[in-house]
Design a protein around this ligand. Structure first.
Ligand code: DI6
Ligand code: FE
Length: 402
């Protein structure tokens, strides 16, 4: 069994019972077969690990490998032109209603081959990995036909084969009503979203089901139909909720014991209470808040007071968050939403794992996967503090230095 000892490290284990950051100042980690066999204070290392290959990390900080739990990074084209229009005064909703926005990306994504989509996505993936990301969620939602949704999901799975990253997929056909079903959302659900879900699931392409509950997208009743089908198939659910308005999406996904409710700028107290009761994670997406120049911040104080777990993700997408830096998302979560640096790091480790339903990632703990990030920083607050600087020293994926 290949074993490796990492020594002379400051561990931010992010174990909830471990005090601030779960910090172990003079720490060591034993890796065996891609998993963490032991971690703790260097002085406490059991004698049974004597004599194994050892690497001195020079006092560097080690965190769990980062987890980006909400991305839409497989798509064709880009929306720089729409960016210009918005700078001239057009609103995101206006552009969407006029056939731009999500539907512009749908046209470009449908026109792209699987290889082209993969080639376009990999630079975005590589930017995330260069910042210590080990686990990545990728949504469909720019195909909006059964074949095109399957194409995106296959590309997402291929990303996990051609790069050292763990990919989880979410089926987001309920993202927008495509032009051929304009004004007929129920028909779109019947003809595409629901049967496509069954097909994608049968092919092993879906880990969870997502939706966009919004005036410009789907109503709570329509999302309810999507969730009923997901649960019949045994798939966990999550939801884009309360991003542009409050339709009660967070309470809806909580009623379905959903993994997460995402965005949440317009979340109210009832929604917070429902999420707290169901253990549904609040995924905060400050990149979209920033890009849309939103002014209403998610109710972080109330989420905190009600012990709702908060995650932070890039929402990497061509329209509202053309962002491929999880460190910048952490900085924005702190500066724009007032998360503490510790909450921001928990949001891209422990709580992001929870948002994906993973129990073997997101903390440095015996039994977890040995997905780790080694940083050239002295204190974990530095990860949220800087803008546009990447202090990653090395990434360790499934026990192997990358
Ligand atoms: N909310 C978002 O911010 C993205 N999707 C969603 O449901 C935006 C997607 C896009 O504009 O392309
Ligand atoms: Fe999103």
């Amino acid at each position: 069994m290949p074993r490796l000892l990492l020594t002379n490290a400051v561990l931010a284990t992010m174990q909830p019972a471990g005090g601030a950051y779960g910090l172990v100042p003079d720490g060591a980690v034993v890796i065996a077969d891609g998993r963490i066999a032991w971690c703790g204070r260097r002085a406490d290392r059991p004698a049974s690990f004597n004599g194994i290959e050892s690497i001195d990390l020079g006092g560097r900080l080690v965190t769990p490998g980062l987890i980006d739990c909400h991305t839409h990074l497989v798509f064709g084209g880009n929306r720089a032109r729409e960016f210009e229009l918005r700078l001239q005064g057009a609103s995101y909703e206006q552009i969407a209603r006029e056939g731009g926005g999500i539907n512009a990306t749908v046209v470009a994504t449908r026109a792209a081959s699987e290889d082209e989509l993969l080639a376009a996505a990999l630079p975005r993936v590589d930017a995330l990995l260069a910042e210590g990301v080990a686990t990545l969620e990728i949504k469909s939602g720019y195909g909006l036909s059964i074949e095109d949704e399957l194409k995106i999901l296959r590309v997402a799975r291929r990303i996990g084969e051609v790069r050292a990253v763990r990919v989880l997929t979410s089926y987001l056909a309920a993202h927008a009503v495509p032009p051929e079903f304009k004004g007929r959302p129920e028909d779109y659900l019947d003809a595409v979203v629901l049967p496509g879900m069954a097909t994608a699931h049968a092919r092993g392409l879906i880990d969870a089901v997502d939706g966009f509950c919004e005036g410009i997208a789907f109503s709570p009743a329509q999302i309810g139909r999507v969730f009923a089908k997901a649960r019949a198939l045994g798939l966990p659910v999550k939801l884009h909720a309360e991003q542009l308005s409050n339709l009660g999406g967070a309470a809806l996904v909580a009623r379905h014991r959903g993994l997460s409710a995402d965005h949440l700028e317009y979340l109210d107290d009832q929604g917070v209470a429902a999420m707290a009761g169901a253990g549904t994670v609040a995924v905060l997406l400050p990149g979209a808040f920033y890009t849309l120049r939103e002014t209403q911040v998610p109710p972080v104080d109330s989420l905190r007071a009600n012990a709702v777990h908060m995650a932070v993700a890039t929402d990497s997408n061509p329209g509202t968050s053309p962002l491929t830096s999880l460190l910048l998302a952490m900085n924005m979560a702190a500066t724009l939403f007032r998360l503490t640096p510790e909450e921001a790091l928990a949001g891209t480790t422990r709580n992001a794992a929870r948002a994906l339903g993973l129990s073997d990632a997101g903390t440095i703990a015996a039994g977890s996967r040995a997905d780790l990030a080694v940083w050239d920083v002295a204190h974990p607050a530095e990860l949220s503090y800087r803008l546009g600087f990447n202090p990653l020293h090395r990434r360790i994926f499934a026990g192997a230095f990358q």
